[in-house]
Design a protein around this ligand. Structure first.
Ligand SMILES: [Zn+2]
Length: 233
């Protein structure tokens, strides 16, 4: 059959899955991987089960779409809270090179000044007939285009600076990005420490997960199973 290739239980390669490397099986502690079977929605399953079958663990299967919707709703709520969204932005932007705007600005202004001086000298030379008309035009054009390029760089720098300092704008941008592109693996990894999936009947071990669950919550997990999402804020 042509579709044999789709019926496989190994990890689904080639696509960066949203919850890759942050989702774990509550029963055996293994990482869960994404699995796609023909005509079935994308699921995450326990990797021990995926490799060794029922002798190792149970599937703990969860639909990527369901989990995605829960997380999306949570993240949208977090971003509505100003304090939270500030923390989120700090985390997302950490590690990105912070440019020293003033240093770059001064350097650009200096470059511009130099070019403008050169242009003055050129005019003077032209007035005193030290250079030909055609040479003047050619050199002047070069200087003009260099000066306008520097001006453009300064404008762009200013724009980046404003963008970077306006928190409201940055939050709006992040919300927009999530609305347009959804939650990426990068965003998920920044915002979520762990997702732990428990099937009905699994027992929660505090020493293993350290999520400070109450007795009631533990009982709930055994009775109904649960998906625990630990956000990093
Ligand atoms: Zn497992």
């Amino acid at each position: 059959m042509r579709n044999n290739k789709n019926v496989r239980t190994g990890p689904h390669k080639g696509i960066m899955h949203v919850f890759r490397s942050i989702i774990f099986c509550g029963a055996c502690g293994s990482v869960m991987f994404a699995r796609k079977r023909h005509n079935r929605p994308m699921n995450y399953i326990c990797s021990s089960y995926g490799k060794a079958g029922r002798t190792a663990c149970t599937s703990h299967s969860i639909r990527e779409k369901d989990l995605y919707e829960i997380v999306l709703e949570d993240i949208e709520k977090l971003l509505d809270d100003e304090k939270m969204s500030n923390k989120i932005l700090q985390k997302l932007e950490k590690g990105k090179a912070t440019e020293d705007y003033e240093v770059i600005r001064k350097k650009l202004l200096k470059q511009m000044e130099t070019k403008q001086k050169q242009q003055e000298i050129l005019y003077q030379d032209k007035l005193e007939n030290k250079i030909s008309e055609s040479l003047f035009l050619r050199m002047n054009q070069q200087l003009e285009s260099r000066i306008s390029a520097i001006k453009q760089e300064i404008d762009q720098l200013e724009a980046r600076k404003t963008e970077c300092h306006d928190l409201g704008d940055r939050i709006a941008k992040l919300k927009n990005q999530i609305a347009n592109n959804g939650i990426t693996n990068e965003v998920a990894k920044t915002m979520i420490n762990r997702i732990v999936v428990f099937d009905k009947g699994d027992s929660y071990e505090e020493e293993k997960w350290k999520l400070n669950l109450t007795k009631k919550e533990k009982e709930y997990i055994v009775l109904y199973g649960a998906i625990l999402i630990e956000y990093s804020f």
